[in-house]
Ligand binder design. Structure first.
Ligand code: ATP
Ligand code: MG
Length: 721
């Protein structure tokens, strides 16, 4: 038996954790110390040395991507297929349980998963039927309320009325929401977890089956589990002492979504026989980066306390760049990336990390303009785009007519002349009689209560769905998708849509057909799902992880939250400004501010070799201009670890000799950074950047009154001052 592959690439503490006899264990250690590596090697060890069957392994990771990587690494270490292991996210695994035991979970076999945007839409619709004003009852707030209850395991029926009017109304909404989901066979993300917990809790046979099956349970990023997730783990491992968790209290960043650092204490309380292992050597980052991150996180109170060291040497200093504005920031970052690539660096080793999704656009624009391939995780994910969701809604309806969210989504897309009044009638009937919109529509049509026009429009839509369902029977998945995309009229709709990215939408729909073609269907999946249903569930669950060109070498863009657990040679942490990072909402609240600081720690510790921190002196975001102060986190880094990147000269080619063609007029090749110029229309300004050559040469100028502009030098007729 060859165990060197499993044991050699580990240090002593890691080895101890990997090879310890089965018992409850907590590996508590800082970023980059090999927690995930330990978890992977421990699974391999147990299979190889202790004869554990892969079938008996349950491992929970934070993203589907991490799950795929984990499976791959275990297979590598063992030289065998790990197909029968259950590795996934809490949501993915809960979904799997619910599919297999839909009946016992009191769900229809055809239940559909709603992502967060679907859920929000459903809530909006609900408010309309309840005659509640969205301004007084903001849908987002309601969504937050409902999910927060579910994350704590609380259903509407558990909530006692306090007489508080606000609370009473929330309760009414929550109750109606539950009914609506029930009726439509819809399950939101929080419901996946709660339902799976109830399934195990209330069905002894199911629970026993899985308790026996999963002889070892492993959890990565344990610090970010919420109440219901932890309760779920406890059920599965009850009385078995077989829970192995790894985590870092300093990287707990989902408190705002119900994650409980306390679970680390609870774990210790609930498992009196547990063993704690600490890892202190960091293998990821060079010395300066690591020391700086340690200093930043040291400003938090109430840490469990641990220090990290590295023997890789200090490495480069951290670079700090003060951008003039957000465009300049993007320009700078992209230029640096290009330099990196020119020197032979891989694009996939580069990450741009930001606090909020809205920040990505500037970088995307620059990357596109320079033809640099990139990929955005989360936010703009493929399956989130409106056109894709429309197509998926049609597909869902062919599979389940009672999916109200989908019905509502596409009944009038493309427009069919089904008016708001007809729709409202349907909603009222559906609500009063506790039936789906589809059933309500059938009823209304049967009773002949609609005007001829409305009736025709409505029955036309229903006929279309029925026909599509018939036509795609027996076709291959991608053919199904293709048919539905065309027959639904979506392609035609977007082809005619000149202004609003119509062409791109058509391309995206084609890409959806492509995704269906490449979809890796596991025909003997344990849940016995058909290919289409599997594909639809996959679309709802894969958060931004299945984008086109998975293998292309491209720059990675993501929020700090989604960077957890990952590492990159070159990292840009952008938008380091008060009000953005730390976020505005957190500044007044000590607890939230500490969570922001942990997020900063997570961000900095993603970097292996080079870390750039940037901020802008003025920023336009969400349509507003602001002049933010640099983030406090920058001040928390000792200055000896930082080198300031001076001025915009760094982002441009060296200044060429000034050889004016005509006195006073700037032409190609003749400019200076910081040069003051005058434009006929825009007035006075200062040259900030330039790019391109010859006839394509462009300059960016900050005009006193007209603001920032890019101008073609050949046409701008700029006068130097
Ligand atoms: P995070 O807290 O960010 O999730 P982590 O503690 O899970 O980090 P890993 O991702 O497992 O850390 O490891 C960080 C890096 O260090 C990886 O590239 C890993 O391969 C490497 N590494 C871990 N342990 C060792 C070791 N003993 N020898 C060499 N490299 C190691
Ligand atoms: Mg990790």
């Amino acid at each position: 038996m060859d165990i060197t592959k499993i044991i050699d690439p580990l240090n002593d503490a890691q080895r101890q954790a990997v090879s310890a006899p089965s018992r409850s264990m907590l590996v508590l250690a800082g970023a980059g110390s090999g927690k995930t590596r330990v978890l992977v090697h421990r699974i391999a060890w147990q299979i190889q040395v202790e004869g554990l069957s892969p079938h008996s392994v349950l491992a929970v990771t934070f993203t589907n991507k991490a799950a795929r990587e984990m499976r791959g690494r275990i297979e590598d270490l063992l030289n065998m297929s790990a197909h029968s292991m259950w590795i996934g996210t809490f949501h993915g695994l809960a979904h799997r349980l619910l599919r297999r035991h839909a009946q016992q979970a009191k769900l229809p076999e055809t239940f559909q998963v709603m992502d967060s945007a679907d859920q929000l839409r459903l809530i909006k619709r609900l408010l309309a039927t309840l005659n509640l004003d969205e301004k007084k009852w903001p849908p987002k707030q309601i969504q937050w309320y409902i999910n927060a209850q579910k994350d704590e395991g609380i259903r509407a029926r558990h909530i006692l009325e306090t007489g508080d009017l606000y609370q009473r109304q929330m309760l009414i909404i929550y109750r109606a929401y539950e009914e609506l989901c029930e009726r439509s066979g819809l399950v939101d993300f929080a419901e996946l977890l709660l339902r799976a917990h109830e399934l195990l809790r209330d069905n002894e046979d199911v629970l026993e089956f899985y308790q026996q099956r999963f002889r070892q349970v492993h959890v990565d990023e344990f610090q970010d589990t919420n109440t219901i997730q932890y309760a779920w783990l406890r059920l599965l491992t009850q009385g078995k002492d077989n829970l192995f968790v790894v985590g870092d209290d300093d990287q707990s960043i989902y408190g705002w979504r119900g994650a409980k650092i306390e679970n680390i204490y609870n774990f210790q309380k609930h498992h009196p026989n547990h063993q704690v292992i600490k890892l202190e050597q960091n293998y990821r980052s060079t010395g300066h980066i690591l020391k700086a991150a340690n200093q930043v996180i040291a400003n938090n109170d109430g840490r469990m306390g641990k220090e990290l060291w590295t023997d890789t040497g200090d490495g480069d200093l951290i670079s700090l760049y003060a951008a003039f504005n957000e465009q300049d920031e993007a320009y700078f970052v992209v230029e640096r990336i290009r330099a990196w690539v020119n020197e032979g660096g891989a694009r996939s080793d580069v990450a741009i990390l930001y606090r909020s999704n809205a920040q990505s656009r500037q970088f995307e624009e620059r990357l596109m303009a320079t033809g640099t391939p990139y990929r955005v995780y989360g936010g703009l994910r493929f399956f989130d785009r409106a056109e894709i969701k429309n197509a998926l809604a049609y597909l869902r309806l062919t599979s389940n007519r009672h999916d109200d969210a989908s019905f509502e989504r596409v009944i009038n897309t493309p427009a069919r002349g089904i008016g708001p009044k007809t729709l409202n009638d349907l909603r009222m009937i559906a609500r009063n009689r506790s039936i789906s919109l589809w059933a309500a529509a059938e009823e209304v049509l049967g009773q002949g209560r609609l005007s001829t026009r409305a009736a025709n429009a409505l029955s036309g839509f229903m006929q279309l769905i029925r026909q599509m369902a018939e036509q795609v029977e027996g076709l291959e998945l991608f053919e199904k998708v293709k048919q539905v995309v065309e027959k639904s009229g979506l392609i035609a709709l977007y082809q005619n849509e000149k202004a609003d990215r119509g062409e791109e939408k058509v391309e995206n729909l084609e890409e959806l057909v492509n995704a269906a073609r490449l979809f890796d269907f596991d025909a003997d999946n344990e849940e016995n799902l058909g290919e289409l249903d599997m594909f639809l569930a996959h679309a709802a669950l894969e958060a931004g992880e299945l984008q086109a060109d998975d293998f292309e070498d491209c720059v990675q863009l993501m929020t700090l939250h989604s960077a957890k657990g990952l590492e990159f040679k070159l990292v840009f942490l952008v938008g380091m400004e008060e009000g953005l990072f730390p976020s505005l909402q957190s500044i007044e609240d000590a607890g939230r501010l500490e969570e922001e600081r942990r997020l900063c720690y997570v961000g900095m510790t993603r970097a292996m070799k080079q870390l750039y921190l940037t901020y802008a002196e003025s920023r336009r975001l969400y349509g507003r201009d602001s002049y933010p102060r640099p983030s406090r986190f920058l001040r928390e880094i000792p200055p000896e670890f930082i080198q300031e990147v001076r001025m915009r000269a760094n982002v441009s080619r060296p200044v060429t000799a000034v050889k004016p063609k005509a006195p006073g007029i700037m032409t190609e090749g003749q400019y200076k950074l910081g040069q003051r110029v005058r434009h006929e229309k825009f007035g006075e300004g200062v040259v900030l950047q330039m790019e391109g050559e010859g006839a394509h040469e462009r300059v960016q100028i900050n005009f006193k009154t007209a603001g920032m502009k890019w101008l073609m030098l050949a046409y701008a007729r700029l006068e130097t001052l």
